[in-house]
Design a protein around this ligand. Structure first.
Ligand code: FPP
Length: 263
């Protein structure tokens, strides 16, 4: 298949491909992506849904390279949600096996790119072989200082908040935490990856405009961008276009400023 032959261009490999001139302060530290549209992309070409996921892997690597080049520090990707278990057994099997294989096959490459891989999600139900690859990737790349790539696998925002609440309640019950002193920052420390900052920019591909239970706590003040491209067509260039658009946005975090128009 033509699309499968798409070449992976490592970050900074091609001087003719350069990221846009973004002022450093306007580059979002944390970009999160809902990689949507693989199935529709494949079906519209007369292919099975799984082919869309395969091309999606190349889109992911190109996007990671583009994020590194642009100076993004954290990139979170929604690879498998706690709701994706509702898909057909064959697709779930494919996605589990494919996640394991992608991690195994791409780990060294990501390591060479100085990427730190981290997993965020629930352990129960996730295939043991997937957990093993996630842990191997985390271990191998733990000292890397470049982009942190958060793989959200078997992840759900409500599941994360529920798990955090349960662990917090246990600390209260055991007398380790005074409930009167619980602040937002206290709660944040119980999330799966408490040291990863809030999301600055959330991108969803394929035209759908919803959050689908993704990083609910961390997206409280995220800027949203809904791209019409399906995920397999995504990559560094669309990412840079979105980053350029983002750099012109005004973020107020609930604040306000005087903007009286002169007549
Ligand atoms: C959403 O498209 C995509 C997924 C549920 C899986 C994401 C997987 C990849 C990008 C493959 C490579 C990466 C890893 C980590 C294995 P969809 O199936 O919901 O498409 P649809 O909305 O058209 O049905």
């Amino acid at each position: 298949m033509l699309e499968m032959k798409r070449e992976i261009i490592p970050p900074f490999a091609n001087p003719d491909i350069i990221p846009p001139e973004l002022r450093e302060k306007s580059v979002p530290a944390h970009v999160a992506i809902i990689m949507d549209g693989n199935g529709r992309w494949a079906n519209s070409r007369g292919l099975p849904r799984t082919e869309g996921h395969k091309v999606g892997e190349l889109a992911l690597l190109d996007t990671v390279a583009g994020a590194i080049e642009a100076g993004v520090k954290y990139l979170s990707v929604y690879a498998f949600s706690t709701e994706n278990w509702r898909r057909s057994p064959a697709e779930v099997r494919f996605l589990m096996g494919y996640s394991r294989d992608v991690l195994r096959a791409r780990c060294d490459q990501l390591n060479e790119w100085n990427v730190r891989v981290r997993w965020s999600g629930r352990r129960p139900r996730l295939w043991k072989s997937v957990i093993a690859e996630l842990e191997r990737a985390q271990e191998l790349t733990s000292q890397n200082t470049g982009l942190t790539l958060v793989m959200n696998l078997n992840y759900g925002g409500r599941a994360e908040i529920t798990d955090a609440a349960q662990r917090l309640a246990m600390d209260v019950a055991q007398g380790n935490l005074n409930p009167e002193r619980i602040r937002e920052s206290t709660f944040g420390r119980y999330l799966y990856l408490p040291d990863v900052p809030d999301v600055d920019l959330l991108i969803r591909t394929s035209g759908e405009q919803r959050l689908s239970n993704y990083l609910l706590w961390q997206c409280a003040y995220a800027e949203m961008y809904f791209a019409t491209l399906a995920w397999p067509d995504f990559g560094r260039f669309p990412l840079w276009e979105i980053l350029t658009e983002y750099s012109g946005r005004q973020r107020r975090f609930g604040g306000a400023r005087e903007e009286i128009e002169k007549s």
